[in-house]
Design a protein around this ligand. Structure first.
Ligand code: MD6
Ligand code: FE
Length: 205
């Protein structure tokens, strides 16, 4: 398995084989029945094109009223988020090189039109913890730059089963999803892409 590493950005292409991808997708969809995908609204009042839910003690949410934050409950059901799938906790232990376990897993669902604009993940308490992402389904065109929005960027394809880690000097790198290549995978029924990002959002233990 090849590995691209530079300044804290690590890509593990094909880290999950097709059977592991199917198993993880089943674990995800079982939890989504209790915590449905919904469309968050930015602090500026714009509905996002990506639909989201979360697993774990804390979930990342946004709305026009209170902006970006982590909270323990689903904004629509009011219920606690489902647990993080054990396979993801194993993956974190193996690949994240973190001082402790994650407490949040953001789940993004992309249809053919969905995009995510260039952003930093900076709503977490402790940037010594990396963010680890797992991609399932259609391939995404991921863009990653430096810690300034003006830094040059490059494009990386994230395919089903790929794992990527933003840690160290890349923890606060700007990144986003330019587009999703519709029909590039058959994994997700009805098409689309699911990205799971594991984080440590709250105080470290
Ligand atoms: C996505 N990913 O792949 C969006 N954030 O759908 C992210 O925003 C991301 O892939 C932090 C670390 C890795 C990521
Ligand atoms: Fe991000």
């Amino acid at each position: 398995m090849s590995l691209v590493a530079e300044n804290g950005f690590r890509l593990l292409p094909g880290r999950l084989d097709p059977a592991a991808q199917r198993d993880l997708l089943a674990e995800v969809m079982r939890r989504v029945e209790a915590a449905p995908f919904y469309r968050p609204v930015t602090p500026g009042g714009k509905p996002m094109s990506v639909r989201m839910t979360n697993f774990g003690p804390l979930g990342w949410v946004t709305d026009a009223q209170a902006g970006y934050r982590y909270q323990p409950t689903h904004p629509q059901t009011g219920e606690p988020w489902p647990d993080i799938p054990p396979a993801l906790l194993d993956l974190w232990r193996e690949a994240a090189d973190a001082p402790g376990p994650p407490d949040a897993c953001l789940v993004n669902l992309y249809d053919a039109q969905a995009r995510m604009s260039l952003h930093q993940d900076r709503d977490e308490r402790d940037f010594d913890y990396p963010v680890l992402s797992v991609s399932l389904g259609d391939t995404a065109v991921f863009r990653i730059g430096g810690t300034s929005r003006r830094d040059p960027t490059r494009s990386v394809r994230l395919s089903s089963g790929d794992v990527c880690v933003l840690g160290g000097g890349a923890r606060l790198a700007f990144h986003g999803i330019d587009r999703v290549l519709s029909g590039s995978s058959q994994l997700v029924p009805g098409g689309g892409r699911i990205n799971l990002t594991l984080r440590r959002a709250g105080a470290s233990t």
